[in-house]
Design a protein around this ligand. Structure first.
Ligand code: PLP
Length: 382
């Protein structure tokens, strides 16, 4: 199946009992057994649910993996992935990751004995110099949140695996989605998603996923998924599956709109710097064009007026809603230092308080540009 077809059909056959074309929401906690210990593939809904199975199969197909596992949130998926490691293990991670990922690493897993080094994973030499005999995981987010920095997935996979067969390379593919970039095909061991974002696509469900190829990893992760129990409910799985059906068409329009927004901001006199992977000013634009099908829907920028101006602009838009999260059909604006990345404050990962992040939605781009124009124009100080 081609990607667009898989989005609509992978893991989803019409319901054998009723012929329902859409995957039913199997709203059940348990399943009847034909005899003691003789069930029909499902015994308890924490362990498995047919709506979840459909989502997991679909996610696996989209990433080109052998298995997919769905979780109650992106953070639950990240936490479950880290359970593959033990206290004392070393993890090398991007120094520009989602604030919640940093909080989990720094405030939950580090006190539990895991050792994290934060490096600029866009710089191969830096990664090379920080690999250690006890390194067990290389954690990437590309494009990163919120600076939209890129890491070269295939070069880093080669580097890490050549250094040691015991290093798992994990890519958080939330910003790009499998439509723009497929980390497993580029050499990663596991792919991580907050399906809350582009996969769900409508800001109406929270979820997460892990996808991979290795059957042993599948066994261990599925064990943790069941043993820990941070699983999504069937309604959440249904909503995510429904969102995925339109992923390619949404991503194309997100990218078209975001590219126009980036072009507009790049020449605006009040904007100091614009960050967008496909924009000619992006320092890794060549890598972006090689690794990603398009630049995606996220744009970040800083203002000549600094932090106060960033807050003022974020509070002045009318169409761009001032809200956390991203990847929905509607446009959102936020100031990461005070919102999504507040947990990085006072750390080496602290985000510039003058940075504004946009999740560019599917509205008419002229309306979006007009909204940004009026928000930027309000201030007369520059
Ligand atoms: C890149 C990235 N990874 C993971 C997460 C966590 O996902 P969730 O909010 O679904 O737990 C987020 C949330 O914003 C994110 O942006």
């Amino acid at each position: 199946m081609e990607f667009e077809t898989a989005c609509i059909h992978a893991g989803q056959t019409p319901d054998p009992t009723t012929g329902a074309v859409m995957t039913p929401i199997y709203q059940t906690a348990t399943y009847i057994q034909d005899g003691v210990g003789k069930h029909r593939g499902y015994d308890y809904a924490r362990t498995g649910n047919p709506t979840r199975t459909a989502l997991e199969s679909c996610l696996s197909a989209l990433e080109g993996g052998q298995f997919g596992l769905a979780f109650a949130s992106g953070m639950a998926a990240i936490d479950t992935t880290l359970r593959l490691l033990s206290p004392g293990d070393h993890i090398l991670t991007s120094n520009d990751v989602y604030g919640g990922t940093y909080r989990l690493f720094d405030q939950v897993l580090h006190p539990y004995g895991m050792d994290f080094s934060y490096v600029d994973t866009s710089d191969l030499e830096q990664v090379k110099s920080q690999l250690r005999p006890d390194t067990r995981m290389l954690w990437l987010e590309t494009p990163s949140n919120p600076l939209l920095r890129l890491s070269d997935i295939s070069a880093l996979a080669q580097l890490a695996h050549a250094y040691s067969k015991n290093i798992l390379m994990v890519v958080d593919n939330t910003f790009a989605t499998p439509y723009l970039q497929r980390p497993l095909v580029l050499g990663a061991d596991l792919v991580l998603h907050s399906t809350t974002k582009y996969l769900g696509g409508h800001s109406d469900v929270v979820g997460g996923a892990i996808v991979g190829n290795d059957r042993k990893l599948q066994e261990r992760l599925a064990f943790f998924q069941n043993a820990v129990g941070a699983v999504p409910g069937p309604m959440d799985c249904f909503l995510t599956l429904r969102g995925i059906k339109t992923l390619p068409v949404r991503m194309d329009r997100h990218a078209q709109n975001a590219a126009r927004v980036a072009d507009y901001l790049a020449i605006h006199p009040k904007v100091a710097q614009v960050m967008y992977p496909y924009h000619p000013s992006h320092p890794q634009v060549e890598l972006a064009r090689r690794q990603m099908r398009s630049g995606g829907g996220m744009v970040s920028f800083t203002l000549e007026g600094g932090a106060a101006e960033a807050v003022r602009v974020a509070e002045s838009t009318r169409l761009f809603a001032l809200a956390e999260s991203l990847g929905g059909v509607e446009s959102l604006i936020e100031v990461p230092a005070a919102m999504t990345h507040a947990s990085t404050a006072d750390s080496a990962l602290a985000v510039d308080p003058g940075l504004v992040r946009l999740s560019v939605g599917l509205e008419n781009v002229d309306d979006l540009l007009a909204d940004l124009s009026q928000a930027l124009a309000k201030d007369n100080t520059i």
